[in-house]
Write a protein that binds this ligand. Structure first.
Ligand code: BGC
Length: 361
C-alpha cells in the first residue's frame, strides 16, 4: 500500500480521541471539534480501509451525543410542527467538542446534512459488518435522528459549507434522502421511505434548473458538493442526464484543466482555493462510472498537494477566486487547516475505489 494511504490511516487514528470522536483538524483551534459530516465520511473511509473498529468507536460516540439530546429533538419537532422559529438551544448542533459538548463560541450550528449522512454511514458500517440490527443505543439515536429529519427537512438551514442559512440546498436534501432511505430499508419502517420519496421529489422538482442540479433552490449556480447527489447519496444514478449535466458544469465552472476543485465560484474562504476532499470526491465519482484514468489523474493531483510529512490540507491557495481573502482568513484563523482529516478520508475512499493496495504514492 502507498505511503499516503498508510499515513492517512495514521493521521486519522491520531486524530481520534479516546471518546471515539474525530477532530476535524488538530492544528486549528476553530476545528478542534468533531462534526457529524466530517466524522461520518472519516468513519466510512476507515471502514473501507480495513479499520472498522475505529469507525465503530466514532458511531458509539455519535449515538451517545444524540441520545443525550432527546429533549432537544422533541422540542425541535414540537416547535417545527407549530411553525415556530428554532433558537440555538432547540436543535442539534453541527459540531461538538471531543467529549460531546456544544461549543461555546458562535457558529452557524443549524445544519441538517451531517445527520442524514450519519444515518446513512452508520447503517453502511453495520451492513459491512453483516449486522442486521442496531446495537441498542445506536437504534435509539437512529430513531431520534430519523424523526428529527422527517420533521425538519423542509426548513432552510446552513449548507455543508456552513453558509446560506436562509436557503434550501439540494446537497443537504440528498443527504437526508440517503439517511432516511437507509433507515427505512434497515428497519422496515416504511413511513420513512415515504418521506425519503417526498424529499427526492422535491429535489427533482425544485433543485434542477437548465437540466442540472443547483447549489440552492432559486439559483442556477452549481456547487461541487452536488457530487453527493449521486455518489454516495444515490438520489439519481451517476449516468442520469441531470447529474451528467451537473458534472459538466462543475468541471467547467469550478476547475481549471489539470487542477483541483473549488467549492463554488464565489467562495471567498481563505480566498477560495482548490479543495482536496472535493477533488478526491470527483475522482470517486469517476471511479464509480468506470473512468479510472480520470480518477487516477485527480488522485495524483491530491497526492501532489501533501506536505513533506504527507499531511493533506483542506485547500491549496492556487487559482484563488478572491485573493485578498486569503490573508483576511489567515489573520483570523491561522494557516489553512492541515492536516484535515476529511481530506485524508476522501483520499482513502478514492484509493479503495481504485483498488487500494497500490504502489508508492
Ligand atoms: C467546512 C465544513 C467542515 C468544517 C470542518 C468548514 O470550513 O465548510 O464543511 O465541516 O470546515 O472541516
Amino acid at each position: 500500500m502507498s505511503d499516503l494511504f498508510q499515513h492517512s490511516i495514521q493521521v486519522i487514528l491520531e486524530g481520534q480521541a479516546d471518546s471515539g470522536a474525530y477532530i476535524a483538524c488538530p492544528s486549528m483551534p476553530d476545528y478542534a471539534y468533531c462534526w457529524f459530516r466530517d466524522g461520518t465520511f472519516i468513519a466510512r473511509a476507515m471502514d473501507l480501509a480495513g479499520q472498522p473498529e475505529s469507525a465503530r468507536r466514532f458511531h458509539d460516540w455519535a449515538a451517545a451525543v444524540i441520545c443525550e439530546r432527546e429533549a432537544i429533538v422533541e422540542r425541535a419537532l414540537e416547535k417545527a410542527a407549530r411553525g415556530e422559529p428554532l433558537s440555538e438551544s432547540d436543535y442539534l448542533h453541527t459540531r461538538y467538542t471531543l467529549d460531546g459538548q456544544e461549543g461555546e463560541d458562535e457558529w452557524p450550528n443549524f445544519q441538517l446534512d451531517g445527520f442524514g449522512t450519519w444515518l446513512w454511514g452508520m447503517i453502511e458500517h453495520l451492513r459491512q459488518g453483516g449486522d442486521t440490527r442496531f446495537p441498542p443505543i445506536w437504534g435509539q439515536a437512529a430513531e431520534l435522528v430519523a424523526r428529527y429529519l422527517a420533521g425538519l427537512w423542509r426548513w432552510p438551514n446552513y449548507d455543508c459549507w456552513e453558509e446560506f442559512g436562509d436557503r434550501v440546498h439540494p446537497h443537504t436534501l440528498a443527504a437526508l434522502y440517503a439517511g432516511l432511505r437507509s433507515y427505512a430499508s434497515f428497519t422496515g419502517r416504511t413511513q420513512y421511505a415515504r418521506v425519503a420519496k417526498q424529499i427526492r421529489g422535491h429535489i427533482l422538482q425544485h433543485g434542477v434548473r437548465d437540466g442540472h442540479f443547483v447549489k440552492y433552490i432559486g439559483t442556477d449556480a452549481v456547487d461541487a458538493s452536488l457530487l453527493g447527489v449521486a455518489v454516495p447519496y444515490g438520489v439519481v444514478p451517476p449516468d442520469d442526464p441531470r447529474f451528467q449535466a451537473t458534472l459538466a458544469r462543475i468541471e467547467a465552472d469550478l476547475r481549471q484543466e489539470g487542477g483541483g476543485l473549488h467549492r463554488y465560484a464565489r467562495d471567498t474562504y481563505y480566498g477560495g482555493g482548490e479543495w482536496l476532499l472535493l477533488t478526491a470526491w470527483l475522482g470517486w465519482v469517476y471511479a464509480e462510472i468506470g473512468q479510472s484514468e480520470r480518477a487516477e489523474e485527480l488522485r495524483a493531483w491530491v497526492a501532489a498537494q501533501a506536505t513533506d510529512s504527507g499531511d493533506l490540507p483542506e485547500q491549496v491557495p492556487v487559482h484563488l477566486n478572491d485573493p485578498p481573502y486569503l490573508e483576511w482568513w489567515i489573520e483570523r484563523r491561522g494557516p489553512i487547516a492541515t492536516p484535515l482529516l476529511w481530506s485524508h478520508a476522501m483520499l482513502l475512499i478514492l484509493d479503495v475505489r481504485l483498488g487500494a493496495g497500490r504502489g508508492p504514492a
